[in-house]
Design a binder for this molecule. Structure first.
Ligand code: FES
Length: 68
């Protein structure tokens, strides 16, 4: 799904950027141009970035539950 129409950036690209270490809207703007034109995408992009940076507690719990 397109998040930033001005720059043609999708939620997938934002998640990939987060996986590659992008952790702030400033960095996201520099890297992909998100939020740099009209700014309407900023709230959605911030939420996707925050969600992507959140630890996956279920995966972590499953990993810890594995016998050694
Ligand atoms: S929709 Fe992202 S800057 Fe306009």
């Amino acid at each position: 799904m397109y998040v930033c129409l001005c720059q043609g950036v999708t939620d997938r690209e934002i998640r990939e950027a987060a996986d590659n270490g992008i952790s702030s809207m400033r960095q996201l703007g520099k890297e992909l141009g998100v939020g740099r034109q009209c700014g309407r995408c900023a709230c959605s992009a911030r939420e996707i970035l925050r969600e992507a940076r959140r630890p996956d507690y279920l995966a972590l719990a499953n990993m810890l539950a594995q016998p050694a």
